[in-house]
Design a protein around this ligand. Sequence first.
Ligand code: NAD
Ligand code: AKB
Length: 321
Amino acid sequence: MIKKLLITGANGQIGSELTLAFRKIYGHENVVATDLNPVLRAEIKDNGPTDQLDVLDRKKLESLIDQYQIDAIVHLAAILSAVGEKNSQMAWNVNMNGTINVLEVAREKGIKRIFIPSSIAVFGPTTPRDCTPQDTILQPSTMYGVTKVAGELLGDYYVQKFGMDIRGLRYPGIISHETLPGGGTTDYAVAIFYDAVKHGKYECFLKEDTKLPMMYMPDCLKATTDLFQADFSKLRHHAGFNVGAFSITPQALAESIQKVMPNFEITYKPDFRQAIADSWPNCIDDSAAREEWGWKPQYDLDAMTEEMLRVISEKHRQGLI
Ligand code: NAD
Ligand code: AKB
């Protein structure tokens, strides 16, 4: 039974919503939200404990675990694919040394349960791109992907070697309206909604037919909390479950937006992120997640689009964006 949970990278796109989801399950006082950024979002700061933490600072991590008597960690802090290609040393440092710090401190302090997200970025040009299997070739062509493969292997190693309970999901691109994404290749699928509402048009940095797996935030929260609470003894995989929802091209997303905003226009100007996207799968076989812990997504493309446009339009009306 988990009593006190610490989240790293809690101010990011996923952390800012996952923190609130975990606080609903485990109690507001029992989820400690931390981030490198000392200024956490008001929604997080105002409804539970928070602290500043650089995951590279092992001593501070140790002292927070002691101070709050932490018995589970959700390790979200990371550098994503596009920022990681601009600064590969930083991506290696934060993603690898941050992850090994979390695993080692947890091992030393007897913390068993750790959640570390992985990504579709573990796959690369040699992986089958259609309906990418759970157990397949992991030869990514980005530094971000290299660190995510190593993170999965480390997670599985700590399960086997030290009997720890490490879990992880290979998230697809996550689409949400609360916090902007932090520098990935799938970020276009969020930016398009803001530009649609504010300007009625969007210039996309990927080609119109670039198909990638995506997921709406409520499904991301559901997948994460469901796996986190699943019966560990029933899991055959651990650190890198495939999870799918829907796969889309920029053109398909634009057409979905046009169903609500017929005058919306999209143009295409691919940049360095095109090569990253071209190395990732079109769609994902998530049958292992469905069989081992009952994964089932709830949102399809049009349901997600309608909700994204409604919420972002309302924020725009209120002058918040
Ligand atoms: P994000 O970039 O939005 O947020 C990352 C957070 O980590 C930021 O708040 C940042 O301040 C913090 N951070 C950066 N360096 C840090 C450090 N040294 N110490 C502590 N905190 C630090 O990322 P996200 O989208 O919320 O991603 C969370 C996790 O999910 C990551 O592991 C990412 O690889 C994974 N993931 C995300 C997506 C997605 O589409 N959002 C898809 C696949 C996997
Ligand atoms: C990125 O584009 O880097 C992330 C991811 C799929 O890991 N959204």
